[in-house]
Design a protein around this ligand. Structure first.
Ligand SMILES: [Fe+2]
Length: 396
């Protein structure tokens, strides 16, 4: 047990999430509730393919028709969405005057839909105002989030991330108004995820758990969540990749990703996420989860000596026998790298197209976009340029 500190923690739970095989069957109940309060016009936001390929659309469209919900469908959200895509979505759905928003997709779609729901109620704002001028309004249209990946946890938290291409920034925003009113976490809608996405999204959740449990805002609650989530991901990830048709591993990976979402909602992220956002802002093709994993061993090496008693407990399933001594940092970082290797992740940022020559640009982009305000200042050690640069260099 970590000794008691005189601190007040946030324990948040802002969304009603229906979780489990067949959870999509809750949709008629949700839409009936909306209709009974006069909400019958929806903006439906998706990416290009997943909403169909997952089988979600075949389940949702008949319900929209049955419940006589009028809707406009925008399918232009792409991975690492930009503020322009969000504004385009708002422009497209606006003529209907939507009364609620329905997101059907993974993290990119869910985050974009949160922004669409905010902007439809605040027409004087553009998406970039939320990220550049930090104006995240405190009210929004209701959002139903039908989640299709087991990684971001966005369906249960109050965050959204978007890229501002002309400023080469990928930044996050938060507002209590961004909690989905309802979320649907149905593992049966995730069986069509390609193996790479199974891997990358699960490791995104893994990073949420590690960062939330080690930030200066962590609490016994988030550390407990992290222990459970890491144990579950370690147990089921390989099985989910090897047996893609099996629901049970997806069920547990989805459970872990919900835990990750709750964990960062309470105790935030600190180092791996802001450092990764720079990489995927510079290389938009880089998957968020993969970028995180390429940085994770170096981040663990950096933070472990400052929180050995916390990380040794959480990482025990991955690195058995830890005693919680600061000197274990190097071995833990190596063991994490080996585990990633077993999972099929080739270590090193060079595999994501970065080299030694890119470090000055990476650092410049980091300092411009992140500075040392916000997330980085919540790491379990004081962070300066030297530490950031070392993490990037050690990750090459
Ligand atoms: Fe993430």
């Amino acid at each position: 047990m970590i000794p008691l500190k005189e601190e007040i923690h946030e324990i948040r739970c802002g969304t009603l999430d229906y979780f489990g095989p067949g959870a999509i069957e809750k949709l008629p109940f949700i839409l009936k509730k909306f209709r009974s309060t006069g909400l019958s016009k929806a903006a439906v936001i998706t990416g290009r393919n997943a909403y169909r390929k997952s089988g979600a659309w075949d389940r949702i469209l008949p319900v929209l028709e049955e419940e006589k919900i009028e809707f406009i469908h925008y399918d232009g959200i792409r991975p690492n969405p930009t503020v322009e895509q969000v504004d385009d979505a708002v422009r497209t759905v606006k003529p209907l005057k939507p009364e609620f928003v329905m997101a059907i997709g993974g993290g990119s779609v869910l985050d974009s839909s949160k922004l669409v729901a905010l902007l439809l109620l605040h027409p004087s704002l553009k998406a970039r105002d939320i990220f550049i001028n930090r104006e995240a309004p405190g009210s929004s249209l209701p959002l139903v989030a039908v989640n299709l990946t087991h990684g971001t946890g966005s369906e249960v938290d109050r965050y959204a991330v978007a890229t501002v291409p002309d400023e080469r920034k990928k930044v996050g925003a938060s507002s209590d108004a961004m909690y989905p009113r309802y979320a649907i976490d149905d593992p049966e809608l995730m069986l069509s995820l390609p193996p790479d996405e199974v891997l990358h999204t699960s490791l995104d959740a893994f990073n949420h758990l590690i960062e939330a449990a080690t930030s200066t805002l962590s609490s016994p609650y988030t550390r407990m969540i992290a222990r459970e989530g890491v144990k579950v991901i370690h147990k089921y990830l390989l099985r989910a990749i090897e047996s893609p048709d099996e629901t049970e591993p997806r069920y547990y990976l989805l459970y872990a990703s919900i835990l990750g979402g709750i964990a960062i909602d309470c105790s935030v992220v600190h180092l791996t996420h802001p450092l990764e956002h720079v990489l995927s802002a510079l290389r938009p093709g880089l998957s968020h989860g993969l970028g995180l994993c390429l940085l994770l061993p170096a981040v663990i090496r950096t933070i472990y000596p400052h929180v050995p008693e916390v990380l040794s407990e959480i990482l025990k399933p991955v690195v058995p026998g830890l005693e919680g001594r600061p000197e274990e940092a190097e071995d833990v970082a190596d063991a994490i790298r080996e585990w990633m290797d077993e999972l099929g992740i080739r270590p090193g940022l060079r595999h994501a197209g970065f080299s030694e020559d890119d470090i000055p640009e990476i650092m410049k982009t980091f300092l411009l976009a992140q500075g040392y305000r916000g997330s980085v200042s919540l790491a379990p050690l004081p962070v300066d340029d030297g530490i950031i640069e070392k993490i990037y260099r050690d990750s090459l």
